[in-house]
Design a binder for this molecule. Structure first.
Ligand code: GLN
Ligand code: ZN
Length: 757
């Protein structure tokens, strides 16, 4: 069987976040394993059924995933970290027997730290980083995966196409704990996959998909050669047809490398790659990813069809998405409150599946009446989007044209430092937090009640004011130096602003998995962005009035406002970023007028949008840094600008961080052993910096000695006059108990270190 129409990967969290709910219940109460297992089973079954019912003839199947596909592969290969090995096998309720070790690696336990987590390529999805060493031994633990495959095959036969993370990608994303090279295990992983493929073939499967997205980036020649050799052996030993799938960039390197290796098909991303259309003479099939799997706009079906027809002249073609539909919401259907015009421009997961099906039929000359209608509706939608008043704002354009290079410059750092020292009068090693405090059930309930109209705006506001007062009191009690208002009024740091900016649209049900059970609802930027009125000033004032200590104004930076939204694809990202920057610049003016002397502009996502290929990076960094500077450079010297970054490795990006020219930068560090410190030292970093000394992504309270040690390590690399003491990230996902306990530890570490200075 060939493949005519498919998608490159599937979402897992459930259309209504069913898996999230089942996971969180299980983590609280491990007797609910059976319910978790059956929820996961139902979700994969429903998805497979839906895809096949829509007319696709092959469906990607990564098993029931309980947290992350990379972690699934780690468990499958028997490579979960050594430290979780003593946790007992889990039996008898339909969950994989490694599940508790798997969750311990993902989330940590009371006694064990979690594994590092970082962004999946340039997306806002996070994977759990495999931890290997010279001594790691690959040992297949595949019974759960094979059972899942057997169940799916019973349901959908040969249409089931199991998906694996490819050996090269898996190891390239791994870290080693002993400085050895993770790729030393490449041959072992290939060897294990050879055995695994034989077992999968026994389950009655015909195709298997192996994802090698790392092949869209620069890979060393030696690794490429060994990968080619690995696939040759794998293909030779296996009765399965192997599809090698790349995404987020050009598939050419993969095709060139693996042509004639015995790989049966290539799946390529023709949205974010494929400027030149590929030739694939060394394989029997190309799966053309012409439907954008990570953005929400309707596909220009006429253009896509033309591409497909050109490709079909070169050989057999199947239609697919550019990447897994993990990155977009399930369906547009539940969105009943969207602007009607904008809604016609959009396609979420279910609609994209229909696009794939229609394109595949059109390519084969089997267009139905419904397809004709879809093609016609699409033409109209594309016309409407191109010409709509909703996308253009003349005033924004005028202001943007008038921006000068000097608008991106502040006074020299020495002058700023002097003015800020006089203004703020802080102790050495000042303590602060990243912005949010626990979003308690009460806060979320108040917001839900307000949304449903059960309480009025005044009551909701009062509840949030009470929360701010509580957070200020607690911070004073803890003895923190620079306070925050706690962000109780913010559902999400991007959505909160997007709801107040013109040009942005928010959705009601359009959830996307961010990591584990955490989901986000990215807003959609459809037009020119502007700020009708101040967004955060009132909340700043509520907090500042309650304390004599400085309170940080808290904003989300332009790059993050783009990275965690679905962006327009009809203008360069840098143009949109500057529009957001100008709105933030006005907000900063207003905060300063209200008395703010410390303002944090969060850019947790600045690393995430970094292009995967080195040659594309300078242009990105120029607009990314430029937009941050445009947002913040209106601030006078006595105002201290902070920024915050997380989830990523910043070691190679320290000069970018320094170009942002923020007076103080807090960076995630605890979870990766403060690796960033060496880079700061090498770079001779001269601005204020707070490498996080408490990993807030795990529920575990750090021991005093741990934080003392992290801080001592920081003091060895950073001049004490530049060092800040803070957690890794915001605290909204934490509870009060661990927050208070951990902050006590943090403040005490700062006090001890101060005395020893
Ligand atoms: N200020 C935000 C918070 O504390 C920053 C969150 C983030 O870095 N992701 O929640
Ligand atoms: Zn953060």
């Amino acid at each position: 069987m060939s493949i005519n129409a498919t998608i490159a990967g599937v979402p897992r969290i459930g259309p209504d976040r069913e898996l999230k709910k089942a996971l969180e219940t299980y983590w609280k109460d491990s007797s609910t394993g059976r319910a978790l297992a059956s929820t996961a089973t139902r979700l994969v079954n429903d998805y497979t059924d839906g895809v096949l019912a829509a007319g696709l003839d092959s469906v990607a199947f990564s098993g029931r995933s309980f947290y992350d596909a990379t972690l699934d592969t780690t468990a499958l290969l028997g490579l979960l970290p050594e430290r979780v090995a003593d946790i007992d096998d889990h039996e008898n309720d339909g969950l994989p027997r490694y599940i508790d070790r798997y969750f311990a690696a993902a989330r940590g336990t009371k006694d064990l730290p979690a594994s590092a987590m970082t962004k999946w390529f340039d997306t806002n999805y996070h994977y759990i980083v495999p931890e290997l060493s010279k001594d790691s031994r690959v040992e297949l633990d595949d019974s759960a995966f094979l059972e899942d495959i057997r169940d799916q095959v019973t349901r959908a036969g040969k249409a089931v196409r199991p998906v694996l993370v490819g050996p090269l990608t898996f190891l390239s994303l791994s870290r080693t704990t002993d400085g050895s090279d993770a790729l030393d295990h490449l041959e072992d992983v290939f060897e294990a996959y050879t055995r695994l493929l034989a077992r999968i073939a026994d389950r009655g499967v015909e195709w298997v998909q192996i994802d090698e997205p790392v092949l869209v980036t620069e890979v060393a020649q030696d690794a490429l050669d060994r990968t080619r050799a690995g696939y040759e052996k794998l293909a030779q030993a296996s009765d399965l047809k192997i599809l090698v799938q790349t995404y987020f960039g050009d598939g050419d390197q993969a095709i060139k490398l693996l042509s004639g290796s015995g790989v049966a098909a290539f799946g390529v991303d023709l949205v974010y790659g494929g400027a030149e259309l590929p030739s694939w003479t060394g394989a029997e099939l190309l799966l053309a990813g012409v439907v954008d799997g990570r953005n929400v706009w309707r596909t220009d079906l006429d253009a896509a069809l033309k591409t497909l027809q050109t490709l079909a002249e070169r050989g057999p073609v199947g239609v697919s998405t550019s990447c897994s539909l993990l990155h977009v919401p399930y369906s547009l259907e539940p969105e009943t409150h969207l602007n009607e015009e904008v809604k016609t421009w959009l396609a979420f997961g279910a609609e994209k599946i229909q696009e794939v099906a229609a394109l595949s039929r059109a390519l084969r000359g089997e267009t139905t009446d419904a397809d004709e209608k879809l093609l016609e509706d699409t033409r109209q939608a594309i016309e409407s989007r191109k010409n709509s008043d909703l996308t253009h704002n003349a005033e924004v354009r005028k202001r943007q044209d008038a921006v000068q290079p000097s608008d991106r410059e502040r006074d020299p750092i020495a002058e700023r430092r002097e003015a800020q020292t006089a203004e703020l009068n802080l102790p050495p090693l000042p303590t602060t937090t990243i912005g949010s405090f626990p979003q308690t059930t009460e806060i979320r309930q108040a917001r839900a009640k307000f949304r449903k109209g059960e309480i009025d705006a005044a009551a909701y506001e009062q509840a949030m004011r009470d929360e701010v007062a509580d957070v200020i009191r607690r911070q004073e009690e803890l003895g923190l130096d620079v306070l925050v208002h706690g962000e109780p009024e913010r559902n999400d740091m991007v959505q909160y602003f997007s709801e107040q900016l013109d040009g942005y649209l928010s959705t009601e049900h359009a959830w996307v998995q961010s990591y584990g059970s955490r989901c986000v609802r990215p807003p959609i930027i459809f037009g020119d962005v502007s700020r009708p009125k101040p967004m955060t000033v009132e909340w700043y004032k509520v907090a500042a009035d309650l304390t004599d200590k400085p309170v940080k104004g808290m904003l989300t930076g332009p790059v993050t406002m783009l990275a965690w939204s679905f962006v327009r694809d009809d203008q360069p990202l840098g143009v949109t970023a500057d529009q957001v920057a100008l709105a933030l610049r006005d907000e900063i003016d207003d905060l300063i007028a209200a008395g703010a002397r410390v303002i944090q502009v969060d850019e947790p996502a600045i690393r995430e949008l970094l292009p995967l290929r080195k040659e594309d990076q300078p242009a990105y960094l120029e607009w990314a840094v430029g937009s941050f500077r445009l947002a913040t450079s209106g601030a006078e010297k006595k105002v201290q600008i902070h920024t915050h970054m997380c989830y990523s490795e910043f070691n190679e990006l320290i000069d970018t961080v320094s170009n942002l020219n923020a007076d103080v930068t807090s960076i995630e560090a605890a979870r990766n052993g403060m690796q960033v410190l060496a880079a700061l030292k090498d770079e001779g970093y001269e601005l204020g910096v707070g490498p996080g000394v408490w990993d807030i992504h795990s529920p575990r309270v750090p021991k005093q000695q741990e934080v003392d040690e992290l801080l001592s390590a920081a003091l060895e690399s950073v001049d004490p006059s530049l060092l800040w003491v803070n957690p890794d990230c915001g605290l909204k996902t934490r509870g009060w108990e661990e927050t208070t306990a951990s902050l006590e530890v943090l403040v005490s570490a700062a006090h001890t270190a101060r005395e020893n200075l």
